[in-house]
Design a protein around this ligand. Structure first.
Ligand SMILES: Cc1cc2nc3c(=O)[nH]c(=O)nc-3n(C[C@H](O)[C@H](O)[C@H](O)COP(=O)(O)OP(=O)(O)OC[C@H]3O[C@@H](n4cnc5c(N)ncnc54)[C@H](O)[C@@H]3O)c2cc1C
Length: 298
């Protein structure tokens, strides 16, 4: 969803006509987001993947990591450097965004290697070895790709926030139901305030985070700047999901660790959003520097 949005907002008419209807009908399957690299990580503008213009195409060399869904995607939104970092005034300049047709590129300079993780999330390493991308697949202007990617990142943060709210609701519902069923010392465990309060607190956290998410969605939908809401919403929604996960696994006691109840699986999945798609530290740094105007730390 956040990937086709970049084409919708910044793509040419020809690109919109070529991709969007097919994405809408499902003829074009998933899309991957090629931003993170092993050596640059969160420091996105230090990425090394380079796209060199040669006539009517670009030749791409480099590597991405944590590229989710790559094995099952028809398209990838790729961020690559097109002007070396030492030749641009600002590190955010000289980066460009491309649509890569992965069906054509696989075996022709594009290699995908799956990464096994602690949760059920299809993610990969992607290698580019002289991969050719037609020049017409450049989105917007060369060198301005970082700006286009930021839009997509806000969309992704809103999307993940919504997922985290869903996770929090699931954990709270499970915990409440179990706390009413499980009877010990002659009464349901949910009658003990020690069991009730963490669940109630996680619920309150979730409701507050959900309200901020809706504010972010309203602004994003209206095309207004929404970095503040998208970032804070992502942190608070992920925190609410994690608080609910903790309350739920504690309420289930030993059974929370048994695979058949799904609590341990969801618990592992909820932990991811403290780190991806942006870690809590980087959000706090965004709030400190961009919202509150404190000195830049990096
Ligand atoms: C399952 C999964 C799926 C993913 N899917 C995608 C995808 O589809 N596409 C994609 O492009 N990326 C994807 N990512 C990458 C994800 O966005 C990054 O993992 C995340 O942004 C963190 O970057 P990093 O792993 O390189 O950590 P690093 O950048 O190495 O950071 C490590 C730790 O140091 C902290 N840190 C770093 N710098 C500072 C600082 N200045 N101040 C304070 N703390 C700091 C960070 O907060 C973090 O906790 C995925 C990751 C995972 C795990």
């Amino acid at each position: 969803m956040y990937i086709m949005g970049t084409i919708l907002r910044h793509g040419s008419d020809a690109q919109k006509k070529m991709y969007l209807p097919k994405i809408a009908t499902g003829e074009l399957r998933l899309q991957a987001f090629g931003v993170t690299e092993p050596s640059s990580g969160t420091d996105t503008t230090a990425l090394r993947t380079f796209a060199r213009r040669e006539g009517d195409k670009y030749i791409v060399n480099g590597q991405k990591i944590w590229t989710s869904r790559a094995e099952h995607s028809d398209l990838m939104l790729l961020l690559a450097r097109t002007t070396p970092r030492d030749q641009v005034a600002k590190r955010t300049e000289g980066l460009s965004t491309f649509i890569v047709d992965m069906r054509q590129a696989k075996g022709h300079g594009l290699t995908i290697r799956p990464i096994r993780t602690m949760m059920n999330h299809n993610t990969t390493e992607v290698f580019f070895d002289n991969m050719e991308v037609p020049a017409e697949n450049l989105i917007g202007q060369e060198g301005r790709g970082f700006r286009y990617i930021l839009d997509g990142m806000n969309a992704e943060r809103l999307l993940i926030s919504a997922e985290s709210v869903g996770d929090a609701k699931w954990f709270v519902e499970k915990a409440v139901a179990y706390s009413k069923e499980r009877v010990l010392f002659g009464r349901p465990i949910g009658q003990n305030q020690g069991v009730q309060f963490p669940i109630a607190k996680a619920y309150a956290q979730m409701r507050a985070a959900e309200a901020l998410l809706h504010k972010g969605l309203e602004k994003f939908g209206a095309g207004l700047p929404c970095g503040e809401e998208a970032n804070m919403g992502k942190m608070l929604c992920a925190d609410a999901a994690w608080a609910a996960a903790e309350a739920c696994i504690q309420t289930y006691g030993g059974f929370g660790f048994a695979e058949e109840y799904d609590i341990e699986r969801k618990y592992r999945e909820a932990r991811l959003y403290q780190v991806a798609p942006i870690s809590t530290n980087m959000i706090l740094s965004y709030i400190g520097e961009h919202v509150l105007g404190m000195p830049r730390s990096y």
